[in-house]
Design a protein around this ligand. Structure first.
Ligand SMILES: [Zn+2]
Length: 156
């Protein structure tokens, strides 16, 4: 079974909310899936995502929780404090389910989910310049939700 760990981005997203209000922070699609498909509250966040293979296709194993609090100082300032294991959740989503949650968000807000609605997409980061942005590849810079799917699993 191939397991590819995806680096935790929820902490980065949290910091970006605090440190620069613009450009818009796009929604996190895995948080949306947990909130919309599993009924988790809006402050629920994932802390690890694993991409796994099964005989029935690829799926994401998403672990997360409602943070018990946030560090207010020190090297971990701004990061979530995760609750005890019994108060954490582990969900498994197919790519189609994640896409479904994302498209529902776009349908409700009318905004593009890749850029969050401002037409700018993050494409890199450097220590000197911080986050770098370019015209959003999904909406072409309009910020409006395009009428197309995010990704489609090939039938093989
Ligand atoms: Zn966009």
């Amino acid at each position: 079974m191939a397991v590819a760990a995806i680096a935790s981005q929820s902490i980065i997203a949290l910091l970006s909310i605090q440190m620069d209000a613009t450009p818009t922070t796009p929604p996190d699609i895995y948080n949306l899936a947990a909130q919309r498909l599993k009924g988790m509250p809006v402050d629920w966040q994932w802390f690890s995502i694993e991409s796994k293979e099964s005989p029935f296709g690829r799926f994401f194993q998403v672990s997360g929780a409602v943070p018990a609090g946030f560090y207010s100082r020190g090297p971990r300032k701004g990061r979530a404090k995760w609750p005890a294991k019994k108060d954490r959740e582990v969900f498994q989503f197919t790519p189609a389910q994640v896409e479904q949650a994302m498209l529902a968000w776009e349908a409700e807000t009318g905004n593009c989910s890749t850029c969050g609605g401002d037409g700018q997409e993050q494409f890199g980061w450097s220590k000197a310049e911080g986050k770098r942005y370019r015209q959003c590849s999904r909406c072409g810079g309009t910020g409006k939700a395009p009428q197309q799917t995010l990704f489609t699993e090939p039938e093989s």
